[in-house]
Design a protein around this ligand. Structure first.
Ligand code: KG4
Ligand code: ZN
Length: 350
């Protein structure tokens, strides 16, 4: 008997924020290439992402990044079965570069086009690892723009059960880092500084949103750090944004970092554990940029030992995760006419 093994490749493109990325994913599970061109150094000068600068940088590198993804994967256009692109949410100028490029390629190369939701895709990065989650699974997606607890019921059905009411977890790391004089992006800098700090040095509050809520709130925590910095430095509230008006010694920076990191992670653990106990999912997937945080990984594993963590390279923004979700959409023929696909900065739909 003769079996034919049919495999398929998706070229995925991601440009929703400050990473220009392209990847080739085989059969929804194998990463043939994963190219990420980061603009972090450019935006670090401004202490955060500048949308216009991000869009311009995407234009400059998107074609070379796609070409590199194809060449590293060792595939030509003839072996690409579909093109996938992040259609939202994200910065509109950044999204447009990816969407317009993908539309044009889909038309000129005559490929089906799949528009992907960036937030849903973060947890799908787990399908590119050894331990693939079984449905239904709970996902904690923690990034610079979003903090979401969702139930993934099958390939196409997902439900948000909790989200941040104000700042995203990563945004809180970034803002607190800026306050205490650490560079952008704040997450890795705070995590490093926290290694030599005392997490009990300062008591920062945990938001109490009620017993039945799976939501998050980080603005109170951020304000508590701000007040603490004001108390230590004696700088008045109006001047606190101007870094030159004060400086903190290394010990204080380390202690604030450790105490803040503990408070932020405790908030994530509390809501995730509550949701896990209530919904009894088959797995927990933790993804998004903040999921790189090693303290979060350690503490989450203590309370949910079989938690699946997306590998760090697939936690921060990348196109491989877009390809992983696009594969499920491809199987279900969820294509969009390339003349119709629109970027949507506040996309909520599946
Ligand atoms: O997923 P991502 O690359 O972009 C968005 O979709 O937002 O996440 C970036 C965020 C930034 O806020 C960054 O500070 C945070 O992830 N981050 C971390 C760590 N590494 C990145 N936060 C805490 N600890 C880390 N090790
Ligand atoms: Zn992201």
């Amino acid at each position: 008997m003769c079996y034919t093994i049919v495999s398929m490749n998706i070229l995925a493109i991601e440009s929703s924020c400050d990473e220009t990325a392209a990847a080739v994913i085989k059969d929804g599970s194998e990463v043939l290439s994963n190219i990420i061109s980061s603009q972090v150094e450019i935006h670090a000068r401004y202490g955060g992402v500048v949308p216009e600068v991000a869009a311009r940088s995407h234009i400059e590198v998107i074609i070379p990044v796609i070409e590199q993804a194809l060449s590293e994967a060792g595939v030509g256009w003839g072996e690409i079965d579909a093109i996938a692109v992040t259609k939202g949410p994200g910065l509109i100028g950044s999204l447009l570069i990816g969407v317009m490029t993908a539309r044009e390629l889909a038309i000129t190369k005559n490929k089906p086009l799949i528009g992907v939701n960036h937030i849903w895709a973060h947890a799908f990065a787990s399908f590119l690892t050894e331990t693939k989650p079984e449905y239904p699974f709970l996902a904690l997606t923690v990034s610079g723009g979003h903090t979401t607890l969702s139930l993934y019921k099958d390939d196409l059905t997902r439900e948000v059960i909790g989200e941040t009411l104000d700042d995203a977890a990563g945004e809180a790391f970034d803002k607190v880092a800026k306050l205490i004089g650490l560079p952008y992006p704040g997450g890795p800098a705070i995590s490093k500084a926290a290694d030599s700090g005392d997490e009990t040095a300062y008591k920062f509050p945990l938001a109490n949103l009620g017993r039945d809520s799976f939501d998050f709130s980080f603005s109170g925590l951020k304000t508590a750090v701000l007040r603490q910095v004001q108390e230590i430095t004696g700088v008045n509230p109006g001047a606190i944004d101007n870094k030159k008006t004060y400086s903190l010694d290394n010990k204080v920076v380390a202690d604030i970092s450790a105490s803040f990191q503990k408070a932020a992670v405790d908030a994530l653990l509390k809501q995730t554990q509550k949701a896990y106990l209530q919904y009894k999912p088959k797995a927990l997937v933790v993804g998004g940029g903040v999921a790189c945080n090693k303290y979060l990984r350690e503490k989450m594993t203590e309370i949910i030992p079989n938690a699946i963590f997306v590998p760090p390279i697939l936690c921060t923004d990348n196109a491989a995760m877009i390809g992983a979700l696009a594969y499920k959409m491809y199987e279900n023929k969820q294509f969009t006419d390339p003349y119709e696909l629109r970027a949507d900065s506040s996309l909520e739909e599946n």
